[in-house]
Design a protein. Structure first.
Length: 284
């Protein structure tokens, strides 16, 4: 469990052995995968509880940032072998229903309006790799390893595939999925999967730096950024894209959050929604 820098509230999930939820006084929610005996591998219970946890925090106005972490030596080893064996014994209709639950969990993470910071130690393989692709910021220790490993088991990274492509690009995604070769933290940093690599003793401090930076900014603006950027892709900037961006900024800049942000800037003070930050710089 990662140490929390502020007083926090512990929330009881459906099963204490699968997921642990905590929330500190700043509105930082800590979601910790808690199946260390199987390296936090996914099964039906973890998928259901993670979906419910992210959904609950996303709809809680008191929550500003979500930290996604894990207990034990490894972040997430991917799919639980027992879960995969149970799925293989079922027919295609049952497998489709099961896969849809996993896909809905991934969508819920990917569409969460709150910033998500992932804290990675050890291995992040298969579905664990996919989880990182839904996060906004990934902080990893130097010894972390990453792999899209499904083809080793004769299956493919279907559900996580779109998220992997969005995170690292089409060609890197194909290489990772076809070879199943693990990459180290430095390689993950170079391809854009990871944003910060630190020694294991500095991992919590590095996560906290990202959290502090996020808490200094407008929460509604952050939600709008995530929503808008999901609709944008590299390529031609069409008339539709221009209209989308223009209509978005015209709507957002008349909100109370934006008005407060401009007032605070001119008054050389932190805005009301900023936690633990200095007044914004006037040097632009």
């Amino acid at each position: 469990m990662i140490p929390l820098p502020q007083p926090f509230l512990e929330i009881s999930p459906v099963s204490q052995s699968v997921l642990t939820l905590k929330q500190d006084a700043r509105g930082v929610a800590y979601v910790t995968l808690n199946r260390p005996a199987v390296h936090n591998a996914f099964d039906e219970a973890l998928i259901a509880e993670l979906h419910a946890a992210i959904d609950g925090f996303d709809h809680d106005d008191a929550v500003r940032v979500i930290v996604l972490a894990s207990a034990g030596r490894h972040f997430c080893a991917g799919a639980d072998i027992g879960w995969m064996q149970r799925a293989a014994a079922h027919d295609e209709v049952t497998n489709l229903a099961d896969a849809r639950k996993f896909a809905e969990m991934m969508r819920r993470l990917g569409e969460c309006s709150k910033p998500i910071v992932a804290r990675v130690q050890g291995a992040a393989y298969g579905g664990g790799f996919g989880l990182l692709c839904t996060a906004d910021i990934v902080v990893a220790e130097t010894r972390a390893r990453f792999a899209v490993s499904e083809a080793r088991f004769g299956i493919l990274p279907a559900v996580i595939g779109p998220y992997v492509i969005n995170a690292v690009g089409q060609r890197q995604a194909r290489r990772l999925a076809l070879t199943c070769q693990p990459v180290n933290a430095s390689q993950a940093l170079a391809m854009g999967l990871v944003h910060d690599v630190v020694e294991d003793t500095s991992l919590d401090d590095a996560v906290e730096r990202q959290v502090t930076a996020l808490l200094a900014n407008g929460p509604r603006a952050q939600g709008e950024i995530k929503k808008l950027f999901r609709q944008l892709a590299p390529g031609e900037i069409t008339a539709q894209v221009q209209e989308l961006t223009a209509s978005t900024i015209s709507r957002v800049r008349i909100t109370q959050e934006a008005i407060e942000g401009f007032r605070a800037f001119l008054a050389k003070r932190p805005p009301a929604w900023s936690i633990g930050s200095e007044s914004p710089s006037r040097e632009i």
